[in-house]
Ligand binder design. Structure first.
Ligand code: RIB
Ligand code: CA
Length: 303
């Protein structure tokens, strides 16, 4: 898999969860603006890899802007640099190649021997949309076999307006293109993310760094529990049995009006897999074990 991320706090934990999931082989990360500017998302992605002891995994930078306009950052939610507590400056650097070029090469080079891969998009779908535009002329003759998109809110209110979820709101055109595209797609909307929230008790047995990040977030948001939507998207790949899937077409409001970014079932258009039901305790168990649990042999180094 390749994970496309706008690395805020839930992306950070989702990357660690994926790296510690035996069902996945994380080949690389690509970054996109969204929660924070691209350079911060990239820095936090590098931090997540170093933290998990996987500094060899390549990170390629993608879109600093959505297909139209500018990203609206979520500093209020994630913290000024995208994480709610200080982390060491990463030693490793991103690769020079752009994210979409790298994803296109992964999807088209290496001949029939090259194994297919899944792209898991846990930020605005800008990079994914740009990749699909370049793959479309190949009419399926490529190795991108599955797209998993964290985004949208179908039968529940949005989290950035009452209609829209943050990722689809930040690049509605990209979300619309991706959900209407020709690559088999699974959407993981807020409907199955809202029930998965963690509180301070979940950090008691956690790794010291995870606890520092989690408790710092909870301190910034008194009385709230931390939603880890991106971790739910990872669980939809590692533990599909924890979810109920509905096949339906989804349309995205790209009007840039009050319902901008809203996702609804559509009467027409191609059907995609939409996660509609979740066993929250089963997903929470995986998050505690794989995203929050102590990283063996690590010492917290808050420089
Ligand atoms: O709405 C939740 C999504 O928006 C998550 O991906 C979170 O990281 C933010 O990007
Ligand atoms: Ca995200």
């Amino acid at each position: 898999v390749v994970i496309d991320t706008d690395t805020g706090i839930d992306d950070f934990f989702a990357i660690v969860q994926a790296l510690r999931s035996p069902e996945l082989r994380v080949e690389g990360l690509t970054t996109v603006g969204g929660n924070v500017p691209l350079r911060y998302a990239t820095r936090n992605a590098l931090r997540a890899l170093e933290y998990a002891g996987r500094a060899g995994i390549p990170v390629a930078q993608g879109s600093a802007r959505p297909l139209h306009g500018r990203f609206q950052y979520a500093f209020y939610f994630h913290g000024p640099g995208g994480l709610p507590a200080r982390m060491p400056r990463p030693v490793i650097e991103p690769v020079q190649e752009g994210a979409v070029d790298r994803l296109f090469r992964r999807a088209t080079e290496g001949g029939v021997r090259r194994t297919p891969f899944t792209l898991i998009a846990i930020g605005p779908a800008t990079n994914a949309a740009r990749l699909l535009r370049r793959l479309r002329p190949l009419e399926g003759r490529h190795r991108l076999e599955h797209l998993v998109v964290m985004g949208g809110a179908v039968d529940v209110p949005g989290n950035v307006t009452r209609f829209a979820e943050f990722n689809t709101w930040n690049d509605p055109e990209a979300a619309a293109e991706v959900l209407a595209g020709d690559v088999p797609t699974t959407l993981v909307p807020l409907d199955v993310c809202v029930p998965v929230r963690i509180a301070s008790a979940d950090f008691e047995q956690a790794d010291p760094t995870a606890r520092r990040l989690g408790l710092a977030w909870l301190k910034r948001h008194p009385g709230r529990r931390l939603g880890l939507a991106d971790c739910v998207a990872i669980a939809a790949v590692t533990d599909p049995g924890a979810f109920g899937i509905e096949e339906t077409a989804i349309e995205v409001d790209t009007s840039h009006g009050p319902e901008c970014g809203r996702t609804r079932r559509a009467g027409r258009g191609r059907s995609i897999r939409v996660a509609r039901r979740v066993d929250p305790d089963r997903v929470l168990g995986q998050i505690r074990e794989r995203a929050l649990a102590p990283v063996i042999g690590r010492v917290d180094t808050p420089r």
